[in-house]
Write a protein that binds this ligand. Sequence first.
Ligand SMILES: Nc1ncnc2c1ncn2[C@@H]1O[C@H](COP(=O)(O)OP(=O)(O)O)[C@@H](O)[C@H]1O
Ligand SMILES: O=C(O)C1=C[C@@H](OP(=O)(O)O)[C@@H](O)[C@H](O)C1
Ligand SMILES: [Mg+2]
Length: 168
Amino acid sequence: MTTSNLVLVGFMGTGKSTVGKKLAERLGWQFQDSDAVLEDEQQTSIADLFRQYGEAHFRTLESKTLESLLAQRGQIVATGGGAVLAEENRACMLRNGFVVALKASPETIIHRVSADINRPLLQGNLEERVHTLLEQRKSAYDFAHAMIDTTELTTDQIVDLIIQQANL
Ligand SMILES: Nc1ncnc2c1ncn2[C@@H]1O[C@H](COP(=O)(O)OP(=O)(O)O)[C@@H](O)[C@H]1O
Ligand SMILES: O=C(O)C1=C[C@@H](OP(=O)(O)O)[C@@H](O)[C@H](O)C1
Ligand SMILES: [Mg+2]
């Protein structure tokens, strides 16, 4: 395909980071996880950034990181689940890549994220937080070029589907 980047969006726990890495390995493309790049740039964790400077500051840094990542070509880019909330980020993704949204049932998301207790937006009652945020973001991922429900799929099956749907 002629598309320059493949961008993964979706709620926390839908598998963007895991699937993105596998997809990049399969295709021999470069993999970039915007959260990991940001942590590298800032020399601290996402959780720490939220704690020290708050979400608004994190969002500003996230937009800058995405913009500079997407100025490059030939990469699989896994975004953070909230990157789609800013219109400028959505436009940047659509301009610079084929955007695939991953989704999953609330129960699956809760199960998957419970392995990592560090996500700052999921502190407190996990079930309640996931349901509240899913409700707030229910249409947030609809702008993508393609959507894959990962609930019943292995990461290898998701990789196959993305390759098919993005014509890679
Ligand atoms: N299709 C899948 N089936 C089973 N477990 C998965 C699947 N996709 C992701 N996971 C697991 O769910 C957790 C969250 O995945 P992650 O890639 O960090 O999601 P995201 O980046 O979208 O928040 C990880 O432990 C990962 O191994
Ligand atoms: O949904 C969100 O707002 C967030 C998702 C996280 O990434 P993952 O979706 O990879 O967990 C990370 O960017 C940060 O904790 C905020
Ligand atoms: Mg991730």
